[in-house]
Design a protein around this ligand. Structure first.
Ligand SMILES: C[S@@+](CC[C@H](N)C(=O)[O-])C[C@H]1O[C@@H](n2cnc3c(N)ncnc32)[C@H](O)[C@@H]1O
Length: 254
């Protein structure tokens, strides 16, 4: 079954089994591990460089990123997540974060969330969430983000590069990717943000040499040399490219 509708996405991630297996699935491949570390690093840099004090996260899942964020200099952070199975794991994982006391989790639907104290945020980030929705729903999420952001507030999330991800998925087959993912060219993405009241200020590339990096990932994993694979993939991140696997984008409310 293909998961393409908003309610299907919500229900799928509520399943205990999906929540339990999520972290393991995201960390087994050396490529995914490097992708994760790069995402964490970039969100941390955004928090620091733009001095974000009030932060909101849409759909943290099991706090894959949240647990690793540097929250030392923030005032308050909140994650909104609809799956209580995910939240249980998230709250547990957050115990390893020294500044957990500055962060809280709310069990709610991002589309319906209303903040009671009228707090506005400096940064909203969301990873592996927006891409699961069709245009009409994505526009609602942009509107929700816009309502919750300060003037000039920042929105950050990941955008998958159609030029790399589409051929890859053609090779691997549809069965493996049964949850809908929106893929973009740079131009398509910029247009979408312009039409939704945001200016794209940065697009940080991740997995810059994807095909070469993929060549090391699985084979080295099979012979149990994950650490070496990770090192090589990280090393290849040093080289520039116009066609990365994805971007962490930074957009500003207009
Ligand atoms: C693919 S996971 C991403 C988790 C995490 N951000 C990450 O990158 O690993 C998508 C998450 O979105 C949550 N979700 C789906 N629909 C939602 C909604 N309408 N409101 C809040 N969370 C939702 C799911 O429960 C799930 O935890």
């Amino acid at each position: 079954m293909r998961i393409t509708e908003r309610k299907q996405v919500l229900d799928y991630y509520k399943k205990e089994k999906v929540a339990q297996g999520y972290i393991k699935k995201r960390f087994t491949e050396p490529l995914n591990f490097v992708e994760h570390k790069r995402q964490v690093n970039l969100i941390n840099n955004i928090i620091t460089n733009y001095d974000c004090k009030y932060i909101l996260e849409f759909a943290p899942g099991p706090a894959r990123l949240t647990a690793e964020l540097n929250l030392e200099n923030i005032k308050e952070g909140i994650s909104i997540e609809s799956s209580s199975s995910m939240l249980k794991i998230a709250e547990n994982r957050m115990k390893s974060n020294h500044h957990y006391h500055r962060w809280s989790f709310v069990n709610d639907d991002v589309f319906k969330y209303k903040n009671k104290n009228n707090q506005r945020y400096d940064l909203i980030f969301t990873i592996r969430f927006l891409l699961h929705f069709k245009a009409e729903e994505r526009n609602k999420i942009y509107q929700q983000a816009s309502n919750l952001l300060n003037e000039g507030g920042l929105l950050s999330f990941e955008v998958m590069n159609k030029n790399i991800v589409l051929p890859l998925r053609k090779i691997l087959g549809k069965k493996r990717y049964f949850v809908y993912d929106k893929l973009y060219t740079k131009k398509e993405f910029k247009e979408e943000m312009e039409n939704n009241g945001f200016k794209v200020i940065k697009m940080f590339p991740i997995l810059k040499q994807f095909w070469l990096q993929a060549l090391f990932s699985r084979p080295l994993k099979i012979i149990k040399m994950n650490n070496l694979a990770r090192k090589i993939i990280f090393f290849l991140e040093k080289f520039r490219s116009n066609e990365p696997y994805e971007w962490i984008v930074l957009c500003q409310k207009k």
